[in-house]
Design a protein around this ligand. Sequence first.
Ligand SMILES: C[S@@+](CC[C@H](N)C(=O)[O-])C[C@H]1O[C@@H](n2cnc3c(N)ncnc32)[C@H](O)[C@@H]1O
Length: 253
Amino acid sequence: MSGMDLPNSVSYLCSTYGDAFADVYDDWYQQVTDVDGTTNLITDLSDGLGVLELGVGTGRLALPIARRGIPVSGVDASPEMLKRLAVRDSEKLIDSYLADMSEWLPSGLYKVIFCAYNTFFNLVGQGAQEECLTLIRDRLRPDGFFVVEAFVPSNYSQLPTRGVESRHLSNSAVLNITIREKMSGIIRGQSVELGDDGVVLRPWRIRVRTPDELDQLASDHGLRLVERWQDWYRSPFTSSSDHHISVYASTNP
Ligand SMILES: C[S@@+](CC[C@H](N)C(=O)[O-])C[C@H]1O[C@@H](n2cnc3c(N)ncnc32)[C@H](O)[C@@H]1O
């Protein structure tokens, strides 16, 4: 292992990312994507019926949707994230469940199931994205939608295989070290926070997909693309878009 390699350990679990980032999540990521845009579009698509968020985290998106009067459930694999959601959700608006979304989703049928801010890429295990799509298809109402928000990994085979970015916060500096595996589409990262109290390591891992790859996976699991926009305001998706909101419906409603 060279000095910059990150251990490819088997101990990276579905709860690892959430448990590692929960303490800083709301400070670092509250505005990372468009909360109002997400809330408006998901509320619109829901027609007032049940919504399920996959990877609900601390409720950054689920809570504003629930405050519009929409019944919202959320699944997350991280106990630490869900603890913070419970504190934020003092009105007990969200039905939250601790589970790996590639293994289990709550029973019932939903008008909208959504997975925002690249969270679908958090499914890195072999076949995990596929298993999750099967569960989603089984939990969608016949007139329901599965909505995914993700970045477009353009030409990722040509991206550098490793990199370091830094940013400075009020009381610490954070280095984000990434390593891209050449063949698998998996990117492994380590966020290294250097502060007065020492060093905090927060590992993360994603398995990226292009929009075309997502469409193929979805179609292999009974879901067809019905809309693709480049943002939550339904702006047209083009070949230069670096981000997409994709809406799928069941192939056999
Ligand atoms: C990038 S955060 C997004 C949280 C929230 N959706 C938001 O936009 O603020 C990803 C979330 O997905 C959760 N997660 C990762 N893998 C998961 C899995 N296999 N099953 C359920 N949740 C998972 C993490 O614990 C984390 O809370």
